[in-house]
Write a protein that binds this ligand. Structure first.
Ligand code: SF4
Ligand code: SF4
Length: 327
C-alpha cells in the first residue's frame, strides 16, 4: 500500500476532519503556509520566502538530520543580522511574504520572541519549525504574543525518541488554543502506517499533517531507503529548481543559500554570506555570478547527472554539489 492509500484509509475510517497532505519532497515548510513554491521564477529569482536556521544547537540528534544539528551545536545568528537580510530583500524588489525560523531547535534560541516581534514589523508571516525538545507552554505563549503565524513540529519515527509524547501532544493543544496554525511535519520511516493511525487519533483535529519522504542529506546520507511509496514517482519528471528558488536560506553561520533549507548548506550551492551583504554586496549580483545555480534553476540536477527520480533530486544534488562528497 502506498502512502496516499494509507492516508485515504485513515481519512475514511476517522471523523477527525484533519487536513492531511502527502508531499513528493520535504518542501520548504514555510512556503506551504501561504501556498507558494509551485510557480516558476525568473532569473535571477525573486524571493518570496526566507528560511532562517537560527542555531544548530538542538536537544535531539536525529539520525536523518540534514543539517547535522545536535546538543553540541554552538552557532547562533544575531537578530540584527537576520533583520539586515530581510531589509536587503525587501529593499531590492523581492516580494518576501514569509520568514520560517528553524534550527537546530529554535526554542533554545533565547531571543526567539524578540526575533518574531522584529520580523513582524516588516509585514511578513512568521513561522517556527521545531523538533519539540525545548518547547514549553510559556515559550509558546511568548511567541504567540509577538504575533507568530504558524508552528510546525516534526513528529515521526526519527524525532519521537527525543521527546515526551504526552507532553508534546499537550503542547499541540496549547498551540491550537492560542489560535496558532499548527502542523506536524512527518518524515516517512519504518512503521509508517501504524504510526500515522496513532498520531491521527492523538492530535487535535485542527493540527494539519504533512507527510514527506526523507532526503539522504547531511547526517541522513547513509540512511536506508524509506521512500517505498511508488506514488511519489508515477507520472512526474524530475523538475528544474525554478520554483524552489523562490526561497532562500540563511544558515546559522551566516552563509546564504538558494532553495530554502532543503539540500542547502551544501558547499557548492553557497550564494553569499551575511557579512558580504553588510559590506554592501547585492544578492542579485551573487546570483548572476553563479552560472551553475542558473543551470539548476533552468534545468535541475539532470544537467549534472542525467535522469533522476523527482523525490531524489535534492539527494543527488547534495552529493554532486558538496565538495566533501565529490569523488
Ligand atoms: S530535531 Fe530537527 S534539527 Fe534537531 S537533530 Fe532532529 S532533525 Fe536535526
Ligand atoms: S536539487 Fe539542489 S538546487 Fe534544486 S532544490 Fe534541491 S537542493 Fe536546491
Amino acid at each position: 500500500m502506498n502512502i496516499q492509500d494509507i492516508v485515504n484509509t485513515i481519512l475514511e475510517t476517522s471523523d477527525s476532519g484533519r487536513v492531511i497532505r502527502v508531499l513528493d519532497k520535504a518542501a520548504p515548510i514555510a512556503l506551504s503556509f501561504i501556498g507558494l513554491g509551485n510557480q516558476a521564477t525568473t532569473w535571477p529569482p525573486k524571493i518570496e520566502a526566507l528560511g532562517v536556521m537560527v542555531t544548530n544547537k538542538c536537544g535531539a540528534k536525529c539520525e536523518h538530520c540534514f543539517n547535522n544539528s545536535s546538543p553540541d551545536g554552538t552557532n547562533v545568528l544575531g537578530v540584527g543580522d537576520i533583520e539586515i537580510l530581510v531589509k536587503h530583500l525587501l529593499n531590492n524588489d523581492n516580494p518576501l511574504k514569509v520568514v520560517g525560523l528553524s534550527g537546530g531547535e529554535p526554542f533554545l534560541y533565547e531571543q526567539l520572541p524578540l526575533l518574531v516581534k522584529t520580523l513582524k514589523k516588516y509585514g511578513v508571516l512568521v513561522t517556527i519549525t521545531s523538533g519539540g525538545t525545548a518547547i514549553t507552554e510559556s515559550k509558546l505563549k511568548a511567541v504567540a504574543q509577538q504575533g507568530l503565524d504558524g508552528l510546525v513540529i516534526s513528529f515521526d519515527h526519527f524525532h519521537t525518541p527525543f521527546v515526551n509524547r504526552r507532553r508534546l501532544i499537550n503542547l499541540f493543544e496549547t498551540a491550537v488554543s492560542l489560535n496558532i496554525r499548527t502542523k506536524v511535519s512527518y518524515g516517512i520511516g519504518p512503521g509508517v502506517e501504524s504510526d500515522l493511525r496513532k498520531l491521527n487519533s492523538e492530535l487535535p483535529s485542527e493540527v494539519e499533517l504533512e507527510i514527506h519522504p526523507i532526503d539522504k542529506i547531511g547526517r541522513g546520507v547513509d540512511l536506508q531507503d524509506y521512500q517505498l511509496d511508488e506514488s511519489h514517482s508515477i507520472g512526474k519528471e524530475c523538475s528544474n529548481c525554478s520554483s524552489e528558488f523562490s526561497s532562500m536560506a540563511l544558515n546559522c553561520d551566516g552563509a546564504i543559500y538558494p532553495c530554502c533549507s532543503i539540500g542547502g548548506f551544501t558547499e557548492g550551492l553557497k550564494l553569499s554570506h551575511i557579512d558580504e551583504i553588510k559590506n554592501g554586496a547585492s544578492i542579485v549580483d551573487s546570483y548572476k555570478n553563479k552560472g551553475h545555480l542558473e543551470n539548476l534553476h533552468g534545468t535541475g540536477v539532470n544537467f549534472l547527472v542525467g535522469s533522476v527520480e523527482p523525490y531524489r533530486k535534492c539527494d543527488v544534488c547534495y552529493r554532486a554539489m558538496n565538495s566533501e562528497k565529490l569523488q
